[in-house]
Design a protein. Structure first.
Lengths: 417, 298
């Protein structure tokens, strides 16, 4: 009986490989690491994979602005078979009906991945991607500047203001924290964590109505502006994009910044002597909250059976424990979305454990196809609030007005108007 | 005669086919989908996307709808931007062209050098301006502070100054080509005309008014129509300077259209906005050429 089972498994495995073997697939990912290193790693892994399976993988790097290119591939069938999707993109692309539905058990089962990342691959309860790597943002702080100001890392948002005031007394105005402004495409992620920590949410439980314009939403928005208004952050932050805010911390200019794991590589590269550490995002009246981001791997469904089979094998290979741990620790500085890959001793440091702990309670945005549009609406109105601040017309009323306008627009989108 | 005409048709046939393929069909396709509710949910089976009549056009002009408000605001912004960019740019270009029309040592070299802003790729040039306009470390604020014109840094990249930032950068980028075209026009004016006018007692202003400007009229007409059309096409300078979220003071039709298409995946709405913009430009061109022709005939 046992022999028959082994034989059957062998035949099935061979059948899978014989269908896919000799197939060539194209893989698109964003520049998750410096381009030359990224290509080198991908080509090396593609060669290993080909030696194992006979499937040839051609790798091509695309940009984060290349969403339309992926969309084009889904419509025309010309382009990558496997591609990287930001977690907030996955449901949107799934709604085109252009992605292969995933049986998550084929990829190790749901328990293998961080819950929020896995949720980001879903649309109407079905999986359309496999979590690849995760990211969340924590509070980086400059230990030397903190020591000189005689303060400890803040545990709440209120404490962050107090700590900030002491820092600017010692180090000067605008040097407590670096924040992103209108130039940041991911501005919303900074606001979302304060919103959640103050008891607010983006949409209602059934994802049919915007609720971010609640009192918590206004408080979160005003809190972000107050960081600049009280002089904790430089007024110039209103125009910053995220890399500019990151650079202000990494260069030692500011004492705090909300940053992601990829910034560790920036510190190592740009200012290895920077005395820094990280703590979880501060707590609000409703506890701590964090944003769960990262990327998933999706497969285009207007491809041949053999190509889809080959694409699945490549995805399995990329999310396997060793390959993923190698990719994240040696190349991208992201967190593997596959929890087993975290068993690697590399992650047993205080900094990485803070990220992993934070990721444990991090929240993903609602997995609905309209999310991209909703994010753009919120982002625009957040930008308007900052614009008002710069123009000197900001107040609680205008802040609430923009959130209400955004909510009305989001409701229209959710109702299909 | 008939054979000659046939030959003519044969010669222009490749160009006509190319025009149909790259201009007419995509344009017709754009007009067609402007009457459809084509979104991310329907894009894969676009043939089956529901027709929505003129809903997308109504939204574009409805002051209560968000798209309507933004579109109207974007038109106001582009007209404001165009007025200052074209007019200031033109006067700078004319001044420089008049100077370069005078003989001096190194004139050819200077003529080449002034083209540098124009030949610099948009991404490089406007990124360069983005650095100049940085409020904290930008060279412009640094200079203004040192001279004492301002007491604290101005925010150029956020808020109501954004439109002035993009006007300044666009003037810098655009005037050299205008200048070169005007210079080419100036060089066609016979020197004898000026000599004769001076003998007849014309002063410098009269020479400029009645000879230079008269001879430059056709060139100016071409420059103006090109600048007006390019102005409505403006996109790169806004996005490179301010990022995708350009803000309410600097939102122009093309940034709005791109957002509707590639952020919101609202292809029907985006096409309707594009068609309106195209019709607007067509109208401006026809009216401008008509008025110019009437004046020329007078």
């Amino acid at each position: 009986m046992k022999k028959r089972l082994v034989l059957l498994t062998l035949i099935l495995t061979l059948a899978v490989f014989s269908i896919a073997s000799g197939t060539e697939i194209l893989f698109w990912s964003m520049g998750n690491a410096p381009s030359a290193l990224h290509y080198e790693w991908m080509e090396q892994k593609a060669a290993e994979f080909e030696a194992k399976t006979g499937i040839k993988v051609v790798y091509e790097e695309i940009g984060w602005a290349d969403g339309p290119r992926i969309m084009n591939a889904l419509i025309t069938g010309e382009g990558a078979h496997v591609f990287q999707l930001g977690t907030t993109w996955n449901p949107e692309y799934a709604a085109t009906d252009g992605l292969v539905e995933i049986d998550i058990d084929e990829f190790g089962g749901a328990d293998r991945f961080f819950a929020a990342n896995l949720e980001s691959t879903t649309l109407n309860g079905k999986y359309y991607g496999v979590p690849w790597f995760a990211e969340t943002r924590v509070l980086f702080y400059n230990t030397q500047m903190f020591e000189e100001a005689g303060v400890r890392p803040p545990q709440t948002y209120e404490q962050l203001l107090d700590v900030g005031k002491k820092i600017i007394e010692v180090h000067g105005e605008g040097r407590a924290i670096a924040t992103a402004g209108t130039g940041a495409w991911d501005l919303i992620h900074n606001w979302a964590i304060i919103l959640w920590a103050h008891g607010g949410d983006m949409l209602n439980k059934t994802n049919t109505e915007a609720v971010f314009n609640s009192a918590a939403g206004v408080r979160a928005m005003n809190y972000w502006v107050s960081l600049v208004d009280t002089g904790l952050a430089s007024k110039a932050c209103a125009e910053y994009n995220q890399p500019q805010a990151d650079a202000a911390f990494i260069s030692g200019e500011t004492a705090m910044a909300f940053m992601g794991p990829w910034n560790i590589a920036d510190i190592v590269h740009d200012n290895p002597g920077l005395p820094y550490s990280v703590v979880e995002p501060p707590a609000g009246p409703y506890g701590r909250a964090a944003f769960s981001g990262g990327s998933n791997l999706a497969i285009r469904n207007n491809a041949s059976k053999a190509e889809i089979k080959a694409a699945k094998e490549w995805v399995k290979f990329l999310v396997s424990d060793d390959v993923l741990a190698d990719y994240t620790k040696n190349l991208t500085n992201m967190i593997p979305a596959n929890k087993y890959a975290l068993d690697d001793p590399y992650y047993n440091t205080e900094i990485w454990q803070t990220f992993i702990k934070t990721l444990g309670y991090a929240t993903a945005y609602p997995p609905i196809p309209e999310w991209g549009k909703i994010e753009s609406i919120i982002q625009t109105n957040f930008g308007n609030v900052l614009t008002d601040y710069v123009d000197g017309t900001f107040s609680n009323v205008t802040s609430k007005g923009y959130l209400d306008a955004a909510a009305a627009e989001v409701n229209a989108v959710l109702q299909g108007n | 005669m008939k054979n000659v005409r046939l030959l003519g048709y044969i010669f222009i046939l490749p160009a006509v086919i190319a025009m149909i393929l790259v201009h007419i069909i995509p344009m017709a396709w754009g007009i067609l989908i402007s009457f459809k509710d084509l979104t991310i949910r329907t894009i894969r089976n676009w043939q089956e996307a529901p027709w929505c009549g003129i809903d997308n056009y109504i939204k574009a002009f409805n002051p209560v709808s968000t798209v309507g408000q933004r579109f109207m605001r974007s038109l106001r912004n582009i007209v404001f931007y165009g007025f200052f960019t074209i007019s200031i740019g033109f006067f700078i270009a004319l001044g420089v062209a008049l100077l370069l029309n005078k003989p001096f040592i190194g004139r050819t070299f200077v003529r080449g050098v002034i083209l540098i802003p124009y030949i610099t790729p948009d991404s490089v040039a406007y990124n360069f301006w983005r650095f100049i306009f940085q409020s904290r470390i930008g060279i412009l604020n640094e200079m203004l502070l040192r001279i004492g014109i301002i007491q604290e840094p101005i925010m150029w990249l956020v808020g109501r100054n954004t439109i002035w930032a993009v006007i300044i950068a666009s003037i810098w980028k655009g005037w050299p080509l205008t200048s070169l075209m005007l210079l080419a026009g100036l060089q066609t004016i016979p020197v004898e005309l000026y000599e004769a006018a001076r003998i007849d007692g014309a002063n410098a202003w009269q020479c400029f008014r009645y000879i230079t400007l008269s001879y430059l009229k056709p060139v100016i007409k071409t420059i103006m129509i090109m600048n007006i059309l390019w102005n409505f096409h403006a996109y790169n300078q806004f996005v490179v300077l301010f990022g995708e979220n350009v803000g309410i003071h600097a939102e122009v039709p093309n940034t709005l259209i791109m957002r509707e298409a590639f952020d919101n995946y609202n292809y029907g709405q985006e096409s309707a906005l594009s068609v309106i913009l195209m019709l607007l430009m067509l109208t401006i061109t026809v009216v401008y050429l008509y008025v110019f022709r009437q004046r020329a005939e007078e």
